[in-house]
Design a protein around this ligand. Structure first.
Ligand code: IPM
Ligand code: MG
Length: 360
């Protein structure tokens, strides 16, 4: 009997549906090549779900996601929903999925493809062969801490507040993820905090060091977040694995992604629970939605991460990465990574090119 996997498809908003469509082509092609069976269940999420059902994360969408073997998400959000209540914004769907699926570890690789080395805003020798993995804590910290809100003081003026909180257990488990992945890479971890100012990240630093005592083959360094932001653009190749809090990870992973030239190239995996979720790092890019300009490679590479982390098939990830690399080597580019003398293609053509490489 063929191996069978159920995948929840959550296209979402903006360019989400366009890039998911190309990822589906890749999935269907893999189904043939690998002789596996893929059941793809598409459900609405984000603004699209809000329009259709009045909620960005409808119960059925969550159910379909929870009962799948893996989730593939496009992107959520857009100007249309910026004015509605926080609790109904498209972004809440993402946070809801992360916390319901217990996806406490977000893996965001920033890897430079040789053909794109000139797309980086940094000098070539600073970024060629760059390969960083940001491990971002995803279900705790200031994103989820209570109390939170905006209230009114006795003098009638308003006050806004959020809470940055981490338990020892939350820090331990994300530290273990970082050390475990570092073991399969260059065995170096930089833990990023603001321990000179924030007590909770002082605890972070202590606990990460404690967990490190179980990993004597890994080199651990601690770094303040402001210094890390600077070091990333000064000398990015000093990093292998970066492990950090939810909000610092949000910021540093965007910074790290740009070292590679385009945020349109980077996949991500959110793991920790029974069902993991895969998504491109980029957002819904409403300004280019529907124009065939979106780069589907980040989503296609996210499918690769799915095979690696959820289905235990690292060789399929390699296969997808090689297909993407060949397409790039042929000079094929979407607009976001276009440079002199390269061939511009649409979102769909890019998907087709990857499929034809896979099927070679
Ligand atoms: C990300 C995004 C999200 C986040 C937003 C859309 C809620 O920026 O995945 O990095 O802040 O986590
Ligand atoms: Mg972000």
């Amino acid at each position: 009997m063929n191996q069978k996997y159920t995948i929840a498809l959550l296209p979402g908003d903006g360019i989400g549906p366009e890039v998911i469509k190309e990822a589906v082509k890749v999935l269907r092609s893999l189904e043939k090549i690998l002789k596996i069976e893929l059941i793809l269940n598409e459900v609405p999420v984000g603004g699209a779900a809000y329009e259709a059902e009045g909620h960005p994360l409808p119960a059925n969408t969550l159910n379909v996601a929870q009962s799948a073997d893996a989730v593939l998400l496009g992107a959520v959000g857009g100007p249309k929903w910026e004015k509605i209540d926080f609790s109904l914004r498209p972004e809440r769907a993402l946070l809801g999925l992360r916390s319901h699926l217990k996806l406490y570890a977000n893996l965001r690789p920033a890897k430079v493809f040789p053909a794109l080395v000139d797309a980086s805003s940094l000098k070539k020798d600073l970024v060629d062969n760059l390969d960083i993995l940001v491990v971002r804590e995803l279900t705790g910290g200031i994103y989820f801490g209570e109390p939170r809100g905006v209230d009114t003081l006795v003098d009638g003026s308003r006050r806004g507040f959020n809470t940055l909180v981490y338990t020892e257990e939350e820090i331990k488990r994300i530290a273990r993820v970082a050390f475990d992945v570092a073991r399969k890479r260059n065995k170096r971890v930089v833990s990023v905090d603001k321990a000179n100012v924030l007590e909770v990240t002082g605890l972070w630093r202590e606990v990460v060091s404690e967990v490190h005592s179980e990993y004597d083959d890994i080199i651990l360094e601690h770094m303040y977040v402001d210094n890390c932001a600077m070091q990333l653009v000064r000398l990015p190749k000093q990093f292998d694995v970066i492990v950090t809090t939810n909000m610092f990870g949000d910021i540093l992973s965007d910074e790290a992604s740009m070292l590679t030239g385009s945020i349109g190239m980077l996949p991500s995996a959110s793991v920790g629970g029974k069902t993991a979720m895969y998504e491109p790092i980029h957002g819904s890019a409403p300004d280019i939605a529907g124009k065939g300009l979106a780069n589907p490679l980040a989503t296609i590479l996210s499918v690769g991460m799915m095979f690696k982390y959820s289905f235990g098939r690292e060789e399929v990830n390699h296969k997808i990465e090689s297909a993407v690399e060949s397409v790039l080597d042929q000079g094929i580019r979407t607009r976001d990574i276009l440079s002199h003398k390269m061939i511009e293609v649409s979102t769909e053509e890019m998907g087709d090119r990857v499929v034809s490489e896979l099927e070679k």
